[in-house]
Design a protein around this ligand. Structure first.
Ligand SMILES: NC(=O)c1ccc[n+]([C@@H]2O[C@H](COP(=O)([O-])OP(=O)(O)OC[C@H]3O[C@@H](n4cnc5c(N)ncnc54)[C@H](O)[C@@H]3O)[C@@H](O)[C@H]2O)c1
Length: 254
């Protein structure tokens, strides 16, 4: 039973893991036995994250690259596989916001969010899958959002990208399942991180979240770890192409 959720001996790469949900998920995978590789577009934030983990006794590897840049991502994946080892687990987590009503949204903001939040998962996912296909094993977890199913004004670019993540997850699962690769997604509700700070610091929005979510509060980043570890472990060997939401029950009620 213990081995069912063990990541012992596995190499796990988490994108956008210098902070927030990615950092917490990576640390949780280390606690479950994995050798973790942090990666981020910000070198400064990455170094701080690696230092914080070292204090806890975790010697993580760290790589700086932009997930939406194919040349950077491909080179980084090759370097990780040569220097750390074959990647067994990939978490496509990095994501951004550029908030604005659709009617006024600069096309560059639309493109930037699609490029990072959707194309980035395709680019890094494919680069890592090439090795997984050759080895005939792998677990890929894409981070979607509650906004793939329930949208809000001013984030039309983000909602479209996250809706795309749900279907990209199905496409990856469909094409790569025969190589013993599981691809699933996690759809978080509202969690307290830097990304959602503009919302949690807005008293009206904060009160609205607490009144709408049956559990009456925002999610804590560590509350993603259990599902992420399960989807990376043998416990999920026949789960493929799914998006599982962690939203405190929000989508269960009107
Ligand atoms: N926080 C929430 O409530 C919430 C809810 C649903 C989904 N999500 C999703 O979870 C993921 C993580 O969110 P978070 O709240 O931890 O965000 P965050 O802003 O705290 O962290 C995101 C990290 O990604 C990095 N990053 C940004 N662009 C990058 C790029 N092009 N290449 C590499 N790294 C890049 C940032 O530097 C940052 O360290 C995102 O995909 C987000 O859309 C978050």
């Amino acid at each position: 039973m213990t081995d069912l959720f063990s990541l012992k001996g596995k190499v796990a790469l988490v994108t956008g893991s210098a902070r927030g949900l990615g950092f917490t998920v990576a640390r949780g995978m280390w606690e479950a036995g994995a050798r973790i590789v942090l990666s981020d577009v910000s070198d400064e934030a990455l170094q701080q994250a690696l230092a914080a983990l070292r204090v806890e006794g975790c010697e993580a590897a760290g790589y700086v690259f932009d997930i939406s840049d194919e040349a950077q991502a491909t080179a980084a994946v090759a370097a990780i596989e040569a220097e750390v080892g074959p990647i067994d687990i990939l978490v496509n987590n990095a994501g951004i916001h550029r908030r604005s009503p659709l009617i006024d949204m600069p096309v560059e903001n639309w493109r930037k969010v699609i490029d990072v939040n959707l194309s980035g998962a395709f680019i890094v996912g494919r680069a890592v899958a090439r090795g997984m296909i050759a080895r005939k094993r792998g677990k890929i977890i894409n981070i979607a959002s509650i906004n793939a199913r329930m949208v809000r004004p001013n984030i039309g670019n983000y909602c479209a990208a996250k809706g795309g993540i749900v279907t990209l997850t199905k496409s990856m699962a469909t094409e790569w399942g025969r190589y013993n690769i599981n691809v699933n997604a996690i759809g978080p509700g509202y969690f307290l991180t830097d990304l959602t700070k503009p919302l949690s610091e807005d008293a009206d929005f904060d009160a609205w979240v607490k009144s709408e979510v049956p559990l009456g509060r925002w999610g804590r980043p560590e509350e993603l770890v259990g599902l992420a570890v399960m989807l990376a472990s043998p416990a999920s060997d026949y789960i493929n192409g799914q998006t599982i939401y962690i939203d405190g029950g929000w989508q269960a009620c009107l």
